[in-house]
Write a protein that binds this ligand. Structure first.
Ligand code: IPE
Ligand code: IPE
Ligand code: MG
Length: 243
């Protein structure tokens, strides 16, 4: 039986701080640095097995509440990674994309991000979306405002609001909803990530800290996904699995 590869996988990359602590590092920063290696590896693996969209939670809007030293370190890791990883993205046919409040990022991050997005724009094997300064509630609120403006301007009527048009106002508009969401580190919560988009997503919680996340863990999560029956409201009898 061949494993079905989800076309869109979302990952909450959690556990960098605990990893650094477990390894005996004085600060949490080393965990974030090694976390970049884990992301590079996961992106390569995903594009190799045929995933079309990989969306990763890299920095939440709530993460701004962390100590300034950690936030500064994360932003500088972001800048250097964007700089260093473009070649890997090109070699693997990966197009970079970002969702979240880009305007709140330091100028240098924004510039590097835009450059990397532009440089990889014609790659078409997989889209890697970084959720940066992202809040799902914020995204939903902002979609609501956009729709309200369209009504006020007379572009649409209230009756024209439907799920599809709402989805199209979100930052994930051009992507299918994720079939699989993986969270590492053992925490079992969503932390304000893609709330609208994961209404029928299979959730897989893996007991490994993000810097240790390997191809084997990724494969394990996809296997677990394949062992689930996605009923989408129907009965088991109605579901005919197609392989
Ligand atoms: C995830 O790891 C990375 C970010 C949130 C930026 P954490 O930094 O949350 O690590 P833990 O959960 O404290 O171990
Ligand atoms: C969620 O992780 C955000 C990212 C992985 C970037 P957190 O570690 O910030 O989540 P909480 O605060 O423990 O829920
Ligand atoms: Mg965490």
């Amino acid at each position: 039986m061949k494993n079905l590869v989800p076309s869109h996988i979302a990952i909450i990359m959690d556990g960098n701080g605990r990893w650094a602590k477990n390894q005996g590092f004085k600060t949490r920063i080393r965990g974030h640095e090694v976390g970049v290696d884990a992301l590079r590896n996961a992106a390569k693996y995903a594009s190799k097995i045929g995933v079309k969209f990989l969306t990763v939670y890299a920095f939440s809007q709530e993460n701004w509440r962390r100590p300034k030293t950690e936030v500064d370190a994360l932003m500088s890791i972001l800048v250097s990674s964007l700089n260093n990883e473009v070649q890997t993205l090109q070699e693997n046919g990966i197009r970079l994309n970002a969702i979240g409040d880009k305007e709140s990022l330091p100028k240098k991050c924004k510039i590097e991000l835009d450059e990397a997005i532009l440089a990889t724009a014609s790659n078409n094997k997989m889209t890697l979306t970084l959720a940066l300064s992202y809040s799902s509630r914020q995204e939903i609120t902002s979609a609501t405002k956009k729709i309200a403006k369209k009504i006020i301007n007379g572009q649409i009527s209230i009756d024209e609001i439907n799920e599809n048009m709402f989805s199209n106002e979100l930052s994930t508009a051009k992507m299918p909803d994720p079939e699989l969401l993986i969270r590492t580190s053992g925490e079992k919560r969503i932390s304000n990530f893609l709330l609208w988009q994961i209404s029928y997503t299979e959730l897989v919680f893996i007991n490994v800290l993000w810097p240790d996340f390997s191809d084997e863990h990724f494969e394990e999560a996809i296997l677990e996904f394949n062992n689930r029956q996605r009923r989408l409201g129907m009965t088991s009898e109605q579901i005919v699995k197609q392989y």
